[in-house]
Design a protein around this ligand. Sequence first.
Ligand code: AMP
Length: 318
Amino acid sequence: MKNLYKKLLKEIKKYDNIYIARHIGADPDALGSQLALKEIIKSKYPSKDVYAIGAPASRFKFMGVLDRCEDICENSMLIVLDTPDIKRIDVQDLSKFKFIAKIDHHPEVDDYSNLKLIDDSASSTCQMILEMVLILNIKISDNLARLLYTGIVGDTDRFLHDYTSIKTFNLITKMLNKTNFKFTSIYEPLYTKPLAEVKFQGYIYQNLTITENGVAYVKITDDLLKEFNVDSASAGNMVNSLNYINEVVVWVLLTEDVKSNLIRVNLRSRGPYINEIATRFGGGGHKYASGARLTSWKQAEDLIEELDRLLKDYKSKE
Ligand code: AMP
């Protein structure tokens, strides 16, 4: 990876205008890596114009401000973070960029860049940026540490997932030793939520449907979102709070998004790999955490059926 990080820096040096993008539906890892990389480039090359682009996510606005981007300058570089597939890049037209680099911790899906830095053993894209910072001996401000730590905590769900590694802790320890950043300060902005969402979480717990073989799911219609005064993205984020239920090995939130005319799927497992099925339904993701966007409730039912079959098969081999 060391040579790739050096190569990336060499490319960055060549361009006056640099755009940093990530996937649609921004989360702390995508935003943290994006804003951190912008800070790194700006502090090393103050005269370059660097834009962190994409639709903002209001619940994570404490992380920092994104840039408005009307027209893409000619001869510019695009760095895409945390996004394995072209369809999920939050950028209108990739053909406008002279050079594209990709930094990602997902298994590769589309080969869309001139330079790719992929480490699917890394817990998060923020972990990769942190590794780069330490390898290249880049100065770490308290804000940089805050952004990277928030992204790592977000993607590992507070170090719960099994792609959290010794390396994750080693990198964080090195970073914390170099700064005055107080890491416990991020939890309040990251985890405090409106009472309406907590009540809605209660609804989800009360209304889980569990299939014969142990797939838990909830259908969240637009009417329900209105009744509880919760938006579809916040509803989907609740998927991680269904971990560690004895009877449930695979679980799914199916959330209607009338604005985009689709059904968002948040899919998790602590047994069989689920990303293949997610891909078959037009989505994708990690082995144990995937997602998709469906066009009908019928498709959602088909997905549940397939997951139930997968789980039956998995249990028969245990
Ligand atoms: P989420 O449930 O939104 O946290 O998503 C979990 C993981 O699934 C993400 O890290 C993405 O890798 C992947 N993912 C989510 N939605 C999609 C989608 N529509 N298409 C492909 N991958 C997705």
